[in-house]
Design a protein around this ligand. Structure first.
Ligand code: FES
Ligand SMILES: [Fe+2]
Length: 421
């Protein structure tokens, strides 16, 4: 196999990635090191660690991170590996704890990661009568962690994290009306998608495939407008009408591209990601007759956050490398990715509603789930069939369409830049 620098040098700009990028372990290991260990990763929701002691585990391909709210109200991220002989200290996916006790030899750790006891070993002394262990030196390793608008991000690597402040300002403004910190998870589904994680992103970054691939999604959205003159006119008309509705609702600023806009030289051409901008958010109107992303366009749950009307379109937020979401006035759908080897991606889809909403009374899963469950599963099937084709030794990468796949091209450029950095 070629070396990584040979692979990077051989790539044709504006074209799909060569098959080695999707299949080779050497590339994958480099991605983990250069991208996944050096990015702010979406781990979960503030609501999953709201009260002191509440925690959840965020699984990475190699190891996991415990995200826990301390007694002091601060959120912490602890690498889940015992300072004795390395066992995963926390075996539960989520829960409430006073401390974490390693099941192997009962070393125990506080919610801030400090070593509290070493199963009795803390009382052992050396020949000079001094304690064998300095507990201060044996805390669980911590990871930088931060919250914005109800989302939790962790920095899993050892190097100092990238500043979060610019992203925080944009994301906080975009997410504020959605009220995700006052939401609850109505449902989630975990998928094992047999495709390289980049193919999952490439699929997300264009809607050329929507017309045939997503019969339900295109009923509600204008994404495929560029492919259809009539649709484009309807989209422009709706956009203008909707701008008025939103400005009345005090959501005017969120009609246009919200975040990362500074990096998009050309207004109207919306590109994400771009080097230096790993987050973006914008709001788009839905098709006439749709006030939410449900199969019939009718509400499926009570209003969320600070929305006062239903017609707020869809708030779209994404952060590379592992998060995107679509949120309507009554529910939000969040997708989280984690690579599980070169040829598999673990994808979790979460449906959120207002925390006061009660299943059976205020919403039914039968009405809440189908729109994004169908759309997501259609995408995973496309990704898996894409990956299967890329495995063919006869595969050669073709060109991206500048009109329809500029964001796929932007993703690939961002990826190659991060990989080679
Ligand atoms: S490995 Fe955790 S106590 Fe021994
Ligand atoms: Fe899709």
């Amino acid at each position: 196999m070629a070396s990584l620098s040979e692979l990077l040098a051989a790539h044709r700009p504006g074209h799909a990635l060569e098959r080695e990028f999707h299949l080779e372990r050497l590339v994958y290991d480099q991605e983990i090191k250069q991208i996944w260990r050096r990015s702010w990763l979406f781990a979960g929701f503030s609501l999953q660690a709201a009260a002191p002691g509440e925690f959840f585990r965020f699984e990475l391909g190699d190891g996991s991170i415990i995200v826990v709210r301390g007694q002091d109200g601060d959120l912490r991220a602890l690498h889940n590996t015992c300072r004795h002989r390395g066992m995963a200290v926390c075996q539960e996916p989520a829960g409430t704890a006073k401390r974490f006790v390693c099941p192997y030899h009962q070393w125990s750790y506080g919610l801030d990661g400090r070593l509290l006891g070493a199963g009795g070993m803390e009382r052992e002394i050396d020949e000079d009568g001094r304690p064998l262990l300095d507990p201060a030196a044996y805390g669980l390793p911590t990871a930088p962690v931060t919250e914005v608008g109800g989302l939790i991000y962790v920095w899993p690597g050892n190097e100092p994290p990238q500043p979060f402040e610019q992203a925080r300002a944009s994301l906080a403004a975009a997410l504020e009306p959605q009220g995700l910190e006052r939401a609850r998870i109505a449902h989630s589904i975990e998928y094992r998608v047999r495709a390289n994680w980049k193919l999952v992103w490439e699929n997300n970054r264009e809607c050329w495939h929507c017309h045939l691939g997503h019969p339900e999604y295109i009923q509600a959205n204008f994404d495929s407008a560029a492919d259809n003159e009539r649709n484009r006119e309807a989209a422009a008309r709706r956009e203008a009408e909707h701008a008025a509705v939103l400005s009345e609702a005090g959501l005017g600023a969120t009609t246009a591209t919200l975040a990362g806009a500074e990096a998009h030289g050309e207004p109207g051409l919306y590109q994400f990601p771009t080097p230096g901008y790993w987050w973006s958010a914008n709001r788009t109107p839905l098709v006439d007759g749709f006030v939410t992303e449900s199969l019939d366009g009718k509400p499926v749950a009570p209003l969320m956050g600070s929305y006062s009307g239903r017609d707020v379109g869809t708030l779209r937020v994404r952060t590379v490398p592992n998060f995107w979401s679509h949120a309507s006035s009554d529910h939000a759908v969040v997708t989280r990715l984690v690579p599980a080897g070169p040829e598999q991606t673990r994808v979790t889809v979460f449906w959120l509603v207002d925390r006061e909403a009660e299943q059976g009374r205020d919403y039914e899963l039968e009405r809440l789930l189908p729109f994004w469950q169908l759309t997501s599963e259609q995408d995973w099937s496309l990704c898996e069939r894409n990956h299967a084709g890329v495995r063919s030794p006869a595969y050669t990468p073709g060109p991206y369409s500048p009109a329809r796949e500029y964001n796929v091209s932007a993703f690939t450029d961002w990826y190659l830049q991060r990989l080679g950095a």
